[in-house]
Design a protein around this ligand. Structure first.
Ligand SMILES: Nc1ncnc2c1ncn2[C@@H]1O[C@H](COP(=O)(O)OP(=O)(O)O)[C@@H](O)[C@H]1O
Ligand SMILES: [Mg+2]
Length: 483
């Protein structure tokens, strides 16, 4: 019988947990598991690794130590959705806990432990997806919690803002460090920077491989996994968390992004919060792309490009619509009244109100009343749909092949790397990988709309995206690959 209170004291003294008996079964841990489970010092512990390397098991064992060794502890157990927790975590967790330790209150999504500890289960998606109102509600709920620790399986599904929100709730009054314990498969998302590239203070990253856990995996499973292509094996078997294995679904080819990286430089000026790489030159024409936002969750982004294909200025920040309008007006005046191409979905409508007297892109909307009768109407602004987004991307890819665009701005380049094809309806076919932004990409793509390396911009030129798409299709053959 384990003396949990005594074990808790030993853990705080630095004792390493190499094995433990749980629910009548003896568990011996791999060296990586030992490190993860025994770390009660660092504030954030992340176990990253290939499939089946034993990270989830280590997470559950550590969770059990937190609740058993420290009576009265309050733990949040999170995953993308509550259904994921019930389906993928609870069966394994309950396997490790004798039935008489706990009472599972399914309706309240809590597990009450006999010693006064409590596990609160939370579908974190409520904090990151859905309407602003729903998010606010979920935030209120989290705010009412005082947590001793939280445990998140598959952190790559969780946005940075949610991680931050949880950290502000770590304040339960128990005699040990308040901890976030997490697992992930190698993925291109915020935690890569936070734990690996620029590790923040009091973070601990453990990286494991499927081979660490050979003993406990069926032999044919390992064999089968090793038969995948090299990238897969590196990432999902060996668990290598390096940028080169991550961006397999990137929209823009690495070779072009490398070229941008070579040209990368700091702006030469900052005017009214806008970064400037090149001032106005009268012999050139310009276009402005705008990706507006509500200004609370996502930043808004403005890009100015010249007829030489250079991104010469930008703004990016979380500001309200009226302030975004001022930024657009400032750049509009600075670059001698270029064509503005603003996205007008959602918050864009309010932005459009403020700039509709300036030179604005017009799209054509076709309405069908019957087979014989249709209308063509001109409307201001760019409307993003699945189809128009594809055209926008195809346009930029076409220009990339012609080696036309030049981007100096570091954060745009970073966003281009993590701009991936997506199945999510919300992203209309492509968008930022979870945890990243794509507003600088969107405003850049908009600013390049209709630009042509050979024909300088004709002011007021209007290119409906279907026509532009036809042009692109004519000029190049293998278009199927991404349309
Ligand atoms: N130390 C261990 N002792 C016994 N079984 C283990 C151990 N570590 C992992 N396992 C088992 O190996 C399998 C894969 O582990 P899991 O934690 O689910 O991997 P991951 O979450 O990294 O994909 C599971 O069946 C798990 O119970
Ligand atoms: Mg797992």
């Amino acid at each position: 019988m384990t003396n949990w209170i005594k074990l808790g004291k030993q853990i705080l003294d630095g004792y390493k947990i190499e094995e433990i008996e749980l629910n009548g079964r003896m568990f011996k841990f791999s060296p990586k598991q030992v490190k993860f489970i025994s770390n009660f010092k660092d504030r954030f512990c992340l176990y990253s690794g290939g499939f089946g390397c034993g990270k989830s098991l280590a997470l559950y064992v550590k969770l059990i130590l937190h609740i058993q060794c420290f009576p009265g502890n309050r733990i949040l157990l999170g995953r993308k959705t509550l259904a994921d927790i019930e389906r993928a975590i609870l069966p394994d967790l309950f396997d490790l806990m004798p039935r008489n330790w706990y009472e599972h209150r399914v309706k309240d999504a809590v597990i009450n432990i006999k010693n006064g500890s409590q596990i609160i289960m939370f579908g974190l998606d409520a904090l990151q997806d859905g309407s602003l109102g729903d998010i606010k509600k979920a935030e209120q709920k989290v705010k009412s919690l005082n947590l001793g620790a939280y445990f998140i399986d598959q952190l790559e599904e969780i946005e940075y803002s949610v991680f931050e929100a949880l950290n502000s709730r770590l304040r339960n009054n128990i005699p040990l460090v308040r901890q976030g314990n997490m697992t992930t498969n190698p993925a291109n998302f915020w935690a890569y920077d936070y734990f690996k590239k620029n590790p923040r203070s009091r973070t601990n990253l453990i990286e494991g491989s499927m081979l660490d856990n050979k003993e406990y995996l069926p032999e044919d499973y390992l064999e089968d996994q090793l038969n995948h292509d090299e990238r897969y094996v590196k990432r999902y078997v060996y668990g290598q968390w390096t940028p080169d294995v991550l961006t397999d679904k990137a929209v823009f080819a690495q070779e072009y992004i490398n070229k941008f990286e070579d040209d990368k430089k700091s702006p030469i000026a900052n005017e009214e919060g806008c970064e400037i790489w090149e001032h106005y030159r009268p012999e050139l024409e310009y276009q402005i792309g705008v990706d507006p936002s509500e200004g609370i969750i996502d930043p808004s982004s403005i890009s100015v490009v010249s007829s030489e294909g250079k991104k010469v200025a930008k703004y990016n920040g979380k500001i309200p619509i009226h302030a975004q309008i001022e930024k657009v007006k400032f750049l509009y005046a600075k670059y001698n009244q270029p064509l503005i191409i603003p996205e007008v979905n959602a918050s864009g409508i309010a932005l459009l109100e403020g700039i509709k007297d300036l030179k604005c892109y017009e799209r054509e909307e076709i309405g069908y009343y019957s087979k014989l009768h249709s209308t063509k109407e001109k409307r201001l602004g760019w409307k993003t749909s699945h189809q128009s987004k594809q055209a926008l991307i195809a346009n930029f890819q076409d220009l990339l092949r012609k080696k036309f665009p030049v981007v100096y701005d570091e954060s745009t380049i970073e966003e281009l790397k993590t701009f991936v094809w997506s199945d999510s309806a919300k992203e209309k076919g492509a968008g930022a990988q979870r945890g990243f932004h794509d507003d600088d990409v969107m405003s850049t793509l908009l600013a390049f709309w209709g630009l042509n390396p050979t024909i300088p911009i004709v002011p007021k030129q209007i290119n409906h995206f279907e026509e532009r798409l036809k042009e692109i299709k004519k000029s190049r053959k293998p278009i199927k690959s991404y349309i």
